[in-house]
Design a protein around this ligand. Structure first.
Ligand code: ADP
Ligand code: MG
Length: 312
């Protein structure tokens, strides 16, 4: 394909054949690539070292260190990490379905059912991070929530697994009933951090000596992901974010005050149950905000479990 000739060749990355660019960041490019040794498609995040200051370099290494400890179906896996003089290379599990962000743009907004299908998977990954690993993601947003491989749609005869742009239709035409369709994965641990947690870093024996502000801080910091989940949930349902303003200063004030509303007419038909859930996530006081377990126990989330059971 013409794309191939335009792909850069990075010294140190000979094992991988770059196929196309999938994402752009300030200091990195993400490529779809073929791992010739394993004969599988992967994503390679190429980070330009020389544009980073010492702090940012340390952050990349922390991202790698955190990702190495994670193994969950809702989280992009880090297969390998290597570096050359000029670059860091993060070889990642490929999520070829693209960003949730693009799905929203394409569909305008999601039904409650589809929204639940997506947000429950995000929540299960967050539960794993918060409760099992003591990791806070800190950058949950639609650009960092990616879709898995697109299934073959049985009802369309010409459908085949295509590496080009068939992907855009796949997931949602296929519906959400069939198992495994439209799985989502969390990516981008560039801002993530490990919090003090008895399962991770600190020996249990010291728990009794921990100051309240540290214990509270752990809870507060996890709650930043819950706020972000509230924003994602809101955005999925109506197609625009809860907080928006052209002026950064005005936007900051709105967020600080938790000033959002369920705007008519967009929210008129949306259930009071999911609005209740959003209200418990977009609480200014982190102490009042739902934890991940409270989120997963909410009736609107649980309603999906009974629906899924009936289908089986
Ligand atoms: P940044 O720190 O620059 O935001 P990300 O890790 O979020 O870096 O990657 C940037 C973009 O690259 C993502 O928003 C996504 O579009 C794409 N991308 C990242 N990882 C993958 C992956 N494993 N599979 C497919 N696309 C990916
Ligand atoms: Mg990102």
């Amino acid at each position: 394909k013409q794309q191939k000739s335009k792909m850069p060749a990075y010294p140190g990355l000979e094992r991988y054949t770059l196929v196309e660019k999938m994402g752009d960041g300030a200091f990195s490019n993400v490529y779809k690539a073929h791992d010739t040794k394993m004969d599988r498609m992967v994503a390679v995040k190429v980070v330009r070292k020389f544009e980073l200051n010492a702090h940012q370099r340390a952050n990349i290494l922390k991202e790698v260190q955190i990702m190495r400890q994670l193994k969950h179906s809702g989280i992009v896996e880090l297969y390998e990490f290597t570096e050359s003089n000029e670059h860091y290379f993060l070889v990642l599990e490929l999520a070829p379905g693209g960003e949730l962000f693009h799905r929203i743009v394409k569909l305008t907004y999601f039904s409650e059912e589809l929204t639940r299908h997506v947000i429950v998977q995000v929540a299960q990954a967050i539960r794993y991070l918060h409760e099992e690993k003591g990791v806070i993601h800190r950058d949950i947003k639609p650009e960092n929530i990616l879709f898995e491989p697109i299934p073959i749609i049985p009802s369309s005869p010409g459908a085949r697994p295509d590496e080009d742009d068939k992907e855009d239709e796949g997931v949602f035409q296929a519906g959400i009933g069939g198992g495994g369709i439209g799985r989502v994965k969390i990516a981008d641990f560039g801002l993530s951090k490990v919090v003090w947690n008895e399962h991770t870093m600190t020996p249990c024996g010291t728990v009794g000596y921990t100051a309240p502000e540290i214990v509270k801080d752990e809870r507060y910091s996890k709650s930043v992901d819950m706020w972000a989940m509230g924003c994602v949930l809101y955005t999925l349902l109506c197609g625009f974010p809860p907080f928006y303003d052209e002026s950064i200063q005005a936007l900051t004030e709105k967020v600080a005050r938790g000033q959002y509303s369920f705007l008519s007419p967009w929210w008129d038909e949306i259930s009071t149950s999911v609005k209740d859930l959003i209200t418990h996530l977009l609480c200014v006081n982190p102490n009042e905000r739902y934890t991940i377990d409270q989120f997963l126990a909410h009736p609107w989330i649980r309603a999906g479990e009974t629906a899924a059971k009936k289908e089986e």
